[in-house]
Structure formats: C-alpha cells, structure tokens
Design a protein around this ligand. Structure first.
Ligand SMILES: Cc1cc2nc3c(=O)[nH]c(=O)nc-3n(C[C@H](O)[C@H](O)[C@H](O)COP(=O)(O)OP(=O)(O)OC[C@H]3O[C@@H](n4cnc5c(N)ncnc54)[C@H](O)[C@@H]3O)c2cc1C
Length: 475
C-alpha cells in the first residue's frame, strides 16, 4: 500500500531538504504502523532514508483505532490527549486545523437505582471514607520515601491504599463502594490489576486530570503521518535475523532486507513466542522485555454503542455507578457519553481489570454487548432504546497487542524503559509507548519514542547536525 501525497510541501525531515545530504542514506524497515512506527518512518523518509513499514493488520494505527461504523468517528483505542498543555499532539492537531474538545468538562454523574447524583454530592456523603483514603495515601507515601527505592517505583501498590478501606466495616457501605469505584477507575486507567500498580501511578491531584479529544478521532494524525510512506499491510513479522551484513526480516509476505530496523511492537508481542530474534537479543534486553509491567492478566477494553435516541442529556459526559461490594467492580462502572463530541447518542462503556481480562478472552462479542447493556439498564433503571450499531474491543486476545499498554509497578523503574529503548549493534532500534521513560502508556509517549528512535538512527547513520525534525509538533 503506497500512500502518495503532497508530503514534499510539508517535509518532517531532519534536513531542510533531501539534497542537503550527499550521502547515500541506509535503508530502514519500520516494524509496526502504530503512532511510534509511522512517526519514526515519516521523519526518516523525509530526511532521505529509504523506508518501508511492515504492519500485520489490514489497517493502520495499532492501538489508535478510529472506527466510522457509526457514521461519526469513534476511538476504540486511544481517545484522549492526556494533558493538552505542552503536548506535541495539541500542536500537531492545531497544525492540521483539528478542533479539540475538553472532555469530559465535568465530573461524572453517578446513578443509584435510576437516581442521578452529582459527583460532589456523593463525595460529600462518602466523606468519612474519602478522608481516610487521603490519610492512608499520605501515610504510605511518607513511608515509601526511602532512599533505597530508585526513580519512580515505590514499596506499595495501590491495593495497599484502597483494600484496607474497602474491608473496613466501621465505614458506611456507601463510602466503601466509593473507594471501590476509585480503585476500579485506577485499574481501568492502567489496564492492570490494583495489586500490581505502583503507588506512584496514583497522583491524587491528577485523578481527574484535564483531557481533550480531537473531533476527528486520532486516525486523522496517522493519515497525516503516512503521507508518502511505503506501508505494507497484512504483513506479519515472524523472524528478525540481525547478525552479519543487512538485517533480514521474515514475514508472511516474504523476506525484506535493510541496513537497520525500528521495532515498535507492544511488549506483549515482544514477549510472545510468535516473534523470534536470531541470534537472540542481548540478555539485558530480554530481561527488560520480560520485566516491564504490561497487563497480561488484566486489560482496558471498550464497548461502543450507538442508540436510536439519547439515554441522558448530552452534557452528562460521563456517568458512573458505584459497584456493589463484590467482584464486578471493574465491569461497566463508568460510561462516556460521546453525544457532545459526535453529535450522536454514542456511549462507550469500559470493562477492565482481571474480570475484564476474563471476558476479553472467553466471551463472544454479543455476550459482551449484552452484559454491558444489562449493567447500563440496571444503572439507569430504564428500558434502553434500539441499538443501531455497536463495537467491542478485545485488546488482550488481539494477537498484535496482547494487552492494553505498559504501566508502572512496585518493581519497575525508568531505567527499564531506557534499557528497552537502547539500540542494539546500530542495527536494531526500539520505539513504542513502553520505551518512553515518562509518558509510557500514551499516544504522545509513543510519538516521542518514535521521534527519539529516528534521532538515534539519524545520528548513527547520517549526521548529528539536526537533532530536531521539522515535524508539525516541533515547528
Ligand atoms: C483501550 C485503550 C485506550 C487507550 N486510551 C488512551 C488515551 O485515551 N490516550 C492516550 O494517550 N493513550 C491511550 N492508550 C494508549 C495508546 O493507544 C498507546 O500508548 C499508543 O497508541 C501505542 O502506540 P505504539 O505505536 O507504541 O504501539 P501500537 O499502536 O500497538 O503499534 C504497534 C503496531 O505493531 C503491529 N504489530 C504487532 N505485532 C506485529 C507483527 N508480528 N508483525 C507486524 N506488525 C505487528 C501492531 O498491529 C501495531 O499496529 C489507550 C490504549 C488502549 C488499548
């Protein structure tokens, strides 16, 4: 699939123009057409490298997956720009004229047996539990500030904060359910089980951080990045032979050769036996791949449903239910109402954590839809209108993802991610969300990692005169 566009008008390369470099630049294979891959590929292509992108799916974008089945764009993978200020995605959207919507503009609306209650009212009612929660957070934070811990990791998981309070029978049931809801929110945000999520991931002021969504969905950025690139879809990479002269990549569509490759696969894929490096990667790299926390027993998944008529006012942009004190706390306790973004009654429900992982791997898609609708019906205490279209994700069973994204555990540190991104023999470069030491698990982190891999490859194989590409977010 060759995307020919007017890319020359808008070069992203390191040099003002290709003619400014007289060297014959090496050939590069970029493995994976997610945001990290297409960003790295576009920068190197516009600098004069001979670049080909190999992608297993029949579509671009990886964990960016904007569907148009509903007649409006809906993101089934990433949907939010996390923190618009200083974010490269904000500048990129601006350069393309994509409008952003601060979303959600308000705290979620809670439903208890069909009765709507605002977040602050329910938080006031649950004030004893929430006060204890804040105290518990700071108590553990003080204890884990020990000099033996390095960089981000902490001695405690978020379970150490939440679980004693959820089981504290001296607290009213409502307070405990509120704490359970907050815990389930953290499991969804991290796509991981609470007992594995490091306490550093819970930043109380950021619990409801300001996010924005692009009205076009994220796919518009991918479309912009691939202009002019040679992308081969439906091409599964099976083996990477990297000793000797050129790197040989064995795929479902034959053998490709290049001077260097950039690997952007998710950690789940790097760990799987489906992908072989020959000779094996250095021991330190293998250890890092094995140890970076990446939910393989938990997940973040979505069900998107377009109804024939609205379920609630468009300005209730998120609505939630407090889970009962039993085991379904991570299933459809939060819904996003996309009406104000899409202009249509489209609702996105989340299933996450270990229960979500079970459903992802064992349920049929219709059963997942039914489970979601049953929960929604009980929550709103009303019959639901006709479903016009729906879509379910299964990021854990998806062979090209095998999980949602990486997170920070009690054991991991920034050093693991730095090690993961380190090039091998000036031939194998690594990018992807999990390689970014600070912004892992996000689109902008993956973008920056793609840019950094391109910088490293450019330095090794061309020159180090220009270490910032002319990509739209750098202008
Ligand atoms: C449900 C969900 C919600 C999210 N929400 C947000 C959000 O709101 N905001 C945010 O910033 N981030 C969010 N993220 C995270 C964000 O989507 C990712 O961090 C980012 O898109 C990762 O990009 P990447 O290029 O590193 O990896 P990917 O997008 O996974 O790209 C890797 C590519 O490699 C391909 N591939 C894998 N194996 C092979 C193989 N053997 N051969 C060939 N190709 C292969 C894959 O198909 C894929 O296209 C979310 C993720 C999920 C799953």
């Amino acid at each position: 699939m060759k995307h020919a566009g007017n890319y020359n008008k808008n070069s992203w390369g390191f040099h003002p123009s290709k003619s400014s470099t007289e060297k014959q630049l090496p050939s590069v294979l970029v493995l994976g057409a997610g945001i990290a891959g297409v960003v790295a590929a576009r920068i190197l292509h516009d600098t004069g490298f001979d670049v080909t992108v190999l992608e297993a799916r029949t579509r671009l974008g990886g964990r960016i997956w904007t569907i148009d089945d509903f007649g409006v764009p809906v993101d089934m993978g990433a949907s939010w720009i996390h923190g618009t200020k200083g974010n490269p995605l904000t500048r990129w959207c601006e350069s393309l004229g994509i409008r952003l919507k601060r979303f959600p503009a308000k705290m979620p609306y809670f439903f208890e047996r069909g009765q709507g209650i605002g977040f602050f009212r329910i938080a006031r009612k649950a004030h004893r539990g929430l006060t204890k929660f804040i105290l518990q957070y700071f108590r553990l934070l003080l204890r884990c500030n020990s000099p033996t811990r390095s960089l981000r990791n902490t001695d405690y998981s978020i379970s150490d904060i939440f679980d004693p309070l959820i089981h504290d029978l001296s607290l009213p049931a409502l307070d405990r359910r509120m704490i359970l809801w907050l815990r389930s929110l953290q499991e969804a945000i991290n796509g991981a089980p609470a007992n594995e999520i490091g306490m550093s991931e819970l930043e109380i002021p950021n619990l409801f951080s300001l996010n924005a969504v692009p009205f076009t969905g994220f796919a518009r950025l991918i479309e912009d990045a691939v202009l002019g690139l040679n992308v081969i879809l439906n091409c599964e990479v099976e083996k990477v032979l990297w000793k000797g002269g050129k790197v040989k990549v064995l795929t479902s569509k034959g053998i490709f050769k290049a001077d260097a490759v950039i690997v952007t696969f998710p950690v789940g894929v790097l760990r799987s036996r489906r992908l072989i490096f020959e000779p094996p990667l250095p021991e330190e790299k293998i250890r890092t791949i094995e140890s970076i926390p990446y939910g393989d027993n938990a997940v973040l998944d979505k069900v998107a449903i377009r109804y024939g008529s609205p379920l609630c006012p468009a300005n209730w942009e998120q609505f939630a239910r407090l889970p009962e004190l039993k085991n379904d706390s991570t299933l459809f306790t939060l819904w996003t109402n996309m009406h104000s973004v899409t202009g249509m009654p489209v609702y996105v429900g989340y299933f996450a954590g270990t229960n979500g992982a079970y459903i992802d791997c064992n349920y049929r898609e219709e059963s997942i839809l039914n489970e979601a609708m049953e929960k929604l019906k009980n929550m709103l205490n009303q019959d639901l209108p006709d479903v016009l279209s729906w879509k379910v994700t299964r990021w854990l069973s998806d062979p090209w993802t095998l999980g949602s994204y990486s997170f920070e555990s009690t054991e991991s540190t920034e050093l693991d991610r730095i090690e993961l991104s380190r090039p091998v023999a000036k031939k194998l470069y690594f990018a992807g969300e999990a390689t970014h030491p600070e912004h892992y698990g996000t689109v902008h982190g993956a973008l920056l990692s793609g840019q950094e891999a391109a910088v490293a490859l450019h330095r090794h194989h061309c020159c180090d005169h220009f270490s910032s590409p002319a990509a739209p977010w750098m202008r």
